[in-house]
Design a protein around this ligand. Structure first.
Ligand code: TXA
Ligand code: MG
Length: 327
């Protein structure tokens, strides 16, 4: 059930979580599908609802950075510096897990993912949850496994229907793309997922660019080749390719839906054409809503104009590459 973020509903949501139910809530990145992280049965319900394989760990959302010590057995100075710089905010730290953190949360790994979200409703929910004796809220993105993330309450409802106790509606998420993930499991910082915080800002705090996840990097489902994917076959084309492909469509009867951000719709095009924002942050904020809307058209194919090369587009490029990966 979708509810407004009134104090009564936030209280209800916090109680539901403490009772072991699933609650979807807004964060500054995407909606999260939450469960009490200290209740392994509740956390397992997340996996069942998402149809997510059990070996994929979930992020624990904390009310305060000071809770790190209850979830991680250690946190190097560099991890603490990142937490000080970006929490509350869209940064997830992967740290060695503290004793007692359940395998349901870590996917059996020796590490745990932690983040203090900045969204006022996520914070209000965490505050009430802690007041009721809770500690952390385990929450992956509130979408079916491998599919497009949810940035509105309606997206969550489209994927899960009545399976969830509550869906707290706070409108569209401000970033629209997931948190940046940095792991400190080998001591050295390792960038596991590009996200809402640009790598350059992480590098500015660390004094160097973190290495990117290699073959020995901890598992992250967001690092699978195919992820964030619409059901409709989707492909990336640069503006020139897109113009030519659209031109050669005429009379073929193929139903194509296009997501462009610089190319204008040619007069002859008969499919559905979405003009995405040309600015990186606005593009990212609307990306998942656009992918979901394009997917809902049941077109034969989705054609996406490849985003620009600049570093400010790197997280968007990453998501689109995975959303269009086949195989
Ligand atoms: O912005 C976000 O991070 C959103 C909001 C709801 O907080 N959450 C999110 O969760 O994107 P999820 O589960 O969709 O993606 C989290 C990624 C997954 O790829 C997961 O495998 C990885 O983080 N992860 C979590 N804990 C981990 C750990 N201990 N080791 C390695 N990867 C981990
Ligand atoms: Mg996800």
């Amino acid at each position: 059930m979708i509810v407004q973020p009134t104090p009564e509903n936030i209280e209800r949501a916090a109680r539901s979580l403490r009772e072991g139910a699933l609650v979807a809530f807004p964060t500054e990145t995407v909606y999260g599908l939450g469960a009490d992280a200290r209740n392994p049965d509740a956390v397992r319900r997340i996996f069942a609802a998402k149809r997510r394989p059990a070996a994929h760990p979930v992020i624990v959302h904390l009310a305060e950075a000071s809770a790190i010590g209850r979830w991680a057995s250690s946190a190097p100075a560099e991890a603490r510096a990142l937490a000080a710089a970006f929490w509350p905010g869209p940064l997830t730290l992967i740290l060695p897990r503290a004793p007692g953190v359940s395998d349901a949360v870590t996917g059996g790994a020796e590490s745990v993912g932690l983040r203090v979200p900045a969204h006022p409703i996520a914070r209000a929910l965490l505050e009430r949850f802690v007041a009721l004796g809770g500690d952390g809220i385990a929450a992956p993105s509130a979408n079916l496994f491998g599919r497009v993330s949810a940035t509105t309450a309606q997206h969550v409802c489209d994927d899960f229907g009545d399976e969830l106790a509550l869906i707290i509606d706070a409108g569209a998420c401000p970033h629209g793309i997931e948190s940046t993930i940095v792991a400190f499991t080998e001591g050295e910082p390792l960038l596991l997922r590009l996200g809402a915080i640009p790598v350059e800002r992480i590098a500015a705090v660390l004094g160097r660019v973190p290495a990117s996840g290699g073959p020995n990097a901890p598992r992250a489902s967001g690092t699978l080749e195919s992820h964030y994917a619409p059901r409709t076959p989707a492909k990336l084309l640069d503006a020139g390719e897109l113009r030519n492909a659209v031109g050669s469509l005429h009379g073929r009867g193929t139903h194509v839906a296009v997501l462009a951000h610089s190319l204008a719709q040619p007069a002859s095009f008969e499919g559905v054409w979405f003009d995405a924002p040309a600015h990186d942050a606005a593009y990212a904020q609307e990306l998942y809503a656009n992918l979901r809307a394009l997917d809902a058209l049941a077109a034969d194919e989705i054609w996406i104009e490849a985003p620009p090369d600049g570093p400010e587009w790197s997280a968007v490029r990453d998501r689109l590459r995975r959303a269009t990966h086949r195989g």
